[in-house]
Write a protein that binds this ligand. Sequence first.
Ligand SMILES: Nc1nc2c(ncn2[C@@H]2O[C@H](COP(=O)(O)OP(=O)(O)OP(=O)(O)O)[C@@H](O)[C@H]2O)c(=O)[nH]1
Ligand SMILES: [Mg+2]
Length: 229
Amino acid sequence: MATPRLLEIRQGVLSKNDRLAAELRNRFTDSGVFVVNLLSSPGAGKTRLLEETMRRMRQHDLRVAALVGDLATDNDARRLARSGAPVRQIQTGDMCHLEAHLIERYLEGWNLNDFDVLFIENVGNLVCPTGYDLGEAARAVLLSVTEGEDKPLKYPGAFISADCVVVTKVDLAEAVEFDMRAAEANIDSVHPGVPLLYTSARTGAGLDDWIAWLDARRRQAVAETSSRG
Ligand SMILES: Nc1nc2c(ncn2[C@@H]2O[C@H](COP(=O)(O)OP(=O)(O)OP(=O)(O)O)[C@@H](O)[C@H]2O)c(=O)[nH]1
Ligand SMILES: [Mg+2]
């Protein structure tokens, strides 16, 4: 058991973001909301995947909400709000990632008990968001087939931090001569064993598997919380 002095030192070492993220994580756990942070390079298909995911989850009576980060515009929030779910846009100005204090601020006025799942779409960037914990229970990193197979090798940090990797836009794989086996080997070399999912938000391929993965993680989180009493 750590002494109070040791705890003090440990807390001092934690960055401000990490402390705030830990507080958020406790709030999310207490409220029973499962929080997913989505990371990818710009245009990999985060919003399109979320549009489909949120629509389908709502059809299954899951209460979903989303926060979405971009440097400018509220385009993505407007797209996601079409699902009928509560959505808020976070405009970061010149910041290429979301931070825990922004999540805290943009949650104000929402009752977390009203949600089963909260999605956080991070700013499109495979570098900056990686080191910023937002208190999420799961982090999904998207790799679209149009980016090329080598991105996991070039931007390993994001893939190492992932709880799952979603290969998106698989309907375009053949047209862009995407080498799926090479991509899988690259992902596995930076994060051995990470769960891989394959989706096309356009055709609907793989969406059931993705939603089943989310659901399994959510149920696991709920079970862990209730076993802690
Ligand atoms: N063919 C095809 N196009 C897709 C798919 N998913 C997304 N797109 C298209 O790819 C483009 C970018 O998709 P978005 O969902 O806006 O990507 P994003 O990651 O949210 O982009 P940022 O928020 O700007 O980083 C849009 O034109 C989408 O319609 C897919 O599965 N198949
Ligand atoms: Mg987007």
